[in-house]
Design a protein around this ligand. Structure first.
Ligand code: FAD
Length: 260
């Protein structure tokens, strides 16, 4: 598994120690069997899996699961996937972007069917976790919006959407996971390859984030390494303390080696 590492330039943090902003400890689960209860392909090159995790331990918004695939010859490969569902959802929802040469994402997107069983471990992660009680600024790029969707869904469920400010970015609207739901929750949508409303195609800027920033917020930044670093730098440049910027990166999984 790729463990997120601290952003070198911005000073923003993505340590695995620590806990939710408001204190307390995040729950951790062991290996479990999950039945694929539902499967959708809401946008191209992706799959949304709704999992019935047996003996499930409830997660906090922002946590992830590891999915382990095992071939007949014993070869295994495992990857991390953030939970998109709110803790109150009876199923665990994962959203997987299909990478053309990806070992695990292609299997999950192309082969898995409803009724299949998967080996999963979770919830995992004690740092990139929103407590549901303190103000937060969520900034996501591409499939990096997935853990932020869990936060939005939880906030909506407990009637505290007022605590969240959200900015999300993708190349096009069609490529943005949960685009409609995020827009309904008031997210600023930034597209880099096409205009959106009156906004021309452009990357996220500090002027985008300035109206969303408020003292006392914890920022949760998630996306590719490049996006996470750029967004963290923007936030720190606006005056957000680096220790208040929590980062999760969905980078190449070089360290997530398959084992025999
Ligand atoms: C905490 C955490 C949560 C994550 N949550 C999600 C999630 O919710 N949804 C999701 O789709 N992914 C998520 N990821 C990424 C996921 O774990 C895998 O890395 C991804 O699915 C690729 O795995 P693969 O086996 O298909 O590709 P691999 O076989 O590992 O890699 C195939 C090729 O793609 C490159 N690559 C690998 N990962 C990425 C990437 N993320 N972006 C671009 N290129 C890549 C590799 O360098 C390689 O060239 C998360 C990662 C972490 C660490």
């Amino acid at each position: 598994m790729v463990d997120p590492i601290a952003g070198a330039d911005s000073g923003a943090t993505s340590a695995t120690a620590g806990g939710p902003p408001g204190g307390g400890a995040a729950p951790t689960g062991a290996w479990r069997t999950a039945t694929v209860a539902g499967l959708r392909r809401p946008i191209a090159r992706s799959v949304e899996l709704r999992l019935d995790v047996h003996d499930r331990i409830d997660h906090l918004p922002g946590q992830h699961y590891v999915v382990r695939l095992t071939a007949e010859d014993g070869y295994t490969a495992q990857r991390s996937y953030s939970v998109a569902s709110a803790p109150g959802d009876p199923l665990v929802e994962l959203f997987v972007e299909r990478l053309d040469d990806g070992e695990v994402s292609t299997y999950l997107a192309d082969v898995v069917e409803p009724g299949d069983e998967l080996e999963v471990r979770g919830p995992i992660g004690g740092w990139f976790v929103w407590d549901g009680a303190t103000p937060a600024l969520l900034v996501g790029g591409g499939s990096g919006v997935v853990p932020l969707v869990a936060m939005v869904r939880h906030a909506r469920a407990i009637g505290r959407l007022d605590l969240l400010r959200v900015a999300v970015s993708a190349r096009t609207l069609d490529a943005l996971p949960y685009a409609e739901e995020l827009a309904e929750a008031g997210a600023l949508v930034v597209l880099t390859r096409e205009a959106h409303g009156i906004r021309p195609a452009a990357r996220l800027t500090s002027m985008d984030l300035l109206p969303l920033w408020e003292p006392g917020q914890t920022a949760f930044v998630c996306g590719s390494a490049g996006f996470a670093e750029a967004a963290s730098q923007l936030l720190v440049g606006l005056g957000m303390p680096p220790a208040s910027v929590r980062v999760e990166r969905f980078g190449p999984s070089a360290l997530e080696q398959p084992k025999r």
